[in-house]
Design a protein around this ligand. Sequence first.
Ligand SMILES: CC(C)(COP(=O)(O)OP(=O)(O)OC[C@H]1O[C@@H](n2cnc3c(N)ncnc32)[C@H](O)[C@@H]1OP(=O)(O)O)[C@@H](O)C(=O)NCCC(=O)NCCS
Length: 323
Amino acid sequence: MTGTGGSLPEKILTNRDLEKLVETSDEWITTRTGIRERRVARPDETMSKFAVQASVRALEMAKLPAASIDLMICATVTPDMPIPATACLIQNRIGAARAAAFDLSAGCSGFIYALSVAHQFVRTGTYRNILVIGAEVLTRYLDWTDRTTCILFADGAGAVVLSADPEAEGRGIIASAIHTDGSMADFITLPGGGTLHPPTEESVKQGLHFIRMKGNETFKLAVRSIEDVCREVLGAAGIGPDDIDLFVPHQANARIIDAVGNRLGIPKEKVYLNIDRTGNTSSASIPIALDEANRKGLVKRGDRILFAAFGAGLTWGASVLRW
Ligand SMILES: CC(C)(COP(=O)(O)OP(=O)(O)OC[C@H]1O[C@@H](n2cnc3c(N)ncnc32)[C@H](O)[C@@H]1OP(=O)(O)O)[C@@H](O)C(=O)NCCC(=O)NCCS
C-alpha cells in the first residue's frame, strides 16, 4: 500500500444541530454512538467529487501518475447515478486512461470487499497498480425525521493505492476474508429506486428512497461477526491480536468498536477512532480513518494493521496488512 488519501465535505452537522430536527439529545447520540459531529455534502456536491479528491491525494502520496493505474474499484452504495458506474466518471476525471474501472456494492463492508478483490489481482500478477476507493454521500438518502438513522450516517471518501513490488518482502495484504448472510438482508435497506420499487411519485411518498435499519439487531450481530472474522484473518496470517500495531475498524458505532477491541484484547491506544468527527460513512470510513492515521505518522514501515467491517447484506470482512 503505497499511498492513502481522504476527502470530507466542509459542512459540519453537530448533534446540537440534530436536536433542532428530531427528538434527540447530544448526550444520547454521544453515549450511544460516539458521534459528536459529522460531515454533510452540499446539494451540488456528489460522491465522485470526494472520490476524485481522495484518489488524487492517494496517487500523490504514492508518487504514481494516474496513467499507471491498471484497475480502479470504487466501493459505494451511493453512486452518482445508476448508470454508468461512478468509477468510470472518476477514471476520466483523474486521467487514469489505462484503468479498467467498476463500482462494488457490499454495504459498509465495501472497502474490505474491494481490498480483497484488488489483492487477488495483485497476487496473481494480473495488475501492477490498483486504486481502491471507498466513497459515499449517504445523507442524500436520510429521512431527517427518523432519529434512529439520521444521527448516524454521513459523507466522505478515502482511497488507497496498491502496487505489486517484488522487493516488498512480506509487506502488503497478508490475509483477507469476506462473508455474507443474505437471510438478514432486511436489517439494513434502501428499498426504493431499483427494479423492485422503481422511483415513482408513490415510492417517494412512501419514503422508500430512505435508509432503514434494525439498529439493535444489527448491533448484536456486528460485534460477534467482526470478532469472528478478525480471528479468522489473524489465524490465516499466523499472528495473534498482540501482534497488531493498529486496528482500523469501520466506524459504525464506538460501542461496537470498544466491544470488539475488548473481546480481541486489543488495547484502546491501538484502535483508531474518528467516528466522533465523521459519523458512519459506510464504505468510506476505513480508508478515511487509515489516511488520517497515516498522515498523523501513526503507521510505520513493518507495522501490522487490522481492518474490519460489517454492514448491509448482511456482509462482513477483515484484512491484515503489513505496512
Ligand atoms: C442505531 C443504534 C445507535 C441505536 O442504539 P441502541 O442502543 O441499539 O438503541 P435502540 O435502538 O435499542 O433504542 C433505544 C431507545 O432509544 C430510542 N432512540 C433511538 N434513536 C434515538 C435518538 N437518536 N435519540 C434519542 N432516542 C433514540 C429508541 O426509540 C428506543 O426508545 P424506547 O426504548 O423507548 O423504544 C445502535 O443500535 C447501532 O449503532 N446499531 C448498529 C449500527 C450498525 O452497525 N450498522 C451496520 C453498519 S452501517
